[in-house]
Design a binder for this molecule. Sequence first.
Ligand code: TRP
Length: 478
Amino acid sequence: MSEQKFHLHDQADPIDEAHVRGKFGSRLGFMLAAVGSAIGLGNIWGFPYKMGTSGGAVFLIVYLVCIIFVAAPAMLVELSLGRHGQTSPVGTYKKIAPGTPWFLNGFMGVMAGFVILSFYSVIAGWVIKYFIVGLGKGFSEFTAEHSEDVLRGLQVGLTEPLVYQALAMILTGVIIYMGIEKGIERAAKYLMPLLFVLLILIVVRSVTLKGAGAGLEFMFKPDFSKLNAQTVTSALSQAFFTLSVGMGAMLTYASYVSKDIHLGRSAIMIAGMDTGVAILAGLAIFPAVFAFGLEASGGPGLIFVTLPQIFAQMGFLGHLVGTAFFFLIFIAALTSMISILEPVVTWLVDDVNLKRHLATGLATTGAFLLGIPACLSASDKGVLGEYTVSLFGNELRFFDLLENLSINLMLPLGGLVACLFLLLGWKKRAAMEEVAGSEGNPDHWAIKLWYYTAITLAPVGIACVLVTWIYGFVNPTK
Ligand code: TRP
């Protein structure tokens, strides 16, 4: 394998020399960025928490169906659009279908990114806190009670969680401002395999705990009586979220990819690795949840009470593994946050004509400000935990409002419109050639299969789930 190079091709807008459009020099560079975007808190925090609140094994089955038939095909739509357009999400739609309103989908993606960032940074902040705990005393004193206490400190505190959230946001902003995203992604090339190895170590410890079997049963033995509309909505939105699909992040990354790369194969690899990490995270968490007698439906705090207790069971090694693991989760979160912030910044630079440093500062500050009420309402006991926003008779805390609207509504809608664009706004032949790349065979059966899935099954599936979600949301008493 040849070493990748990141060339900076100067395709910049001559007016703004600070804005230079980089280009991935190789398939590896692109894969690192895309996999770095996909693997993040969605896998390690979101997946176990959603699985725990949405019925265990049943959720897993529906989730896998959603990945294979909906989210991965939609990701490939984004990837092919991105490479074809060679520009921002908004610009891509304008370029392929000038004079039509499709570009609004790119715009909605920017908004979705902004909203996601605001609550994502809250959880990334919590991860920083646990990393710092690891640097200090370690996890040996994390009993069930102590775990709850530390988590509660973050959920009910004022300055502490805000400072950590700010730190996560600032780091992301600084990396984008300095234009060293690719450096971080290259570092992740060594760090992500390490994350994988540690995850396996933790899985081994977790499944060998006494009483772990119940956790495996929870994960793999489906109880179909738990299957309902909420399971399906939650699985679909998680599938979009974890693959970074529906807001143009993958589209943006693909706009930097050279023509000889087979996007179809890339999509399969990204989705495969992402799913592997999510399932491993589940295998790390649920056996321990049951062994320690915790609640599987513990919600967003689940990994933060479970992981430290596993580390406490690992003796001396636990201090090392735990600290390293929280550090690596943070790096994974960082490469994801970069991919969420980047389209927002690019949009401010390309379409609003701001200077890059101003755009970065504004986007980072804005997401942080929006994140403040989210941070203080992440639990009902938080400073703003009692305050709810009333929407169609739903009483939602601010954190839940942002999470719900972005993940359940904006991402699936963004994916749906991208699929519809493939059907109505773009040429079949052009799309299939784009997927295959200059070296691949556009007439391959797998590409045909993708095309027909992406214009039928995927949009119909998304539309059904969306309509059900909206109906349930508007009629909450039902
Ligand atoms: N996929 C990332 C995760 O699982 C989060 C993420 C990064 C994302 N970029 C995105 C989610 C774009 C939606 C859209 O943590």
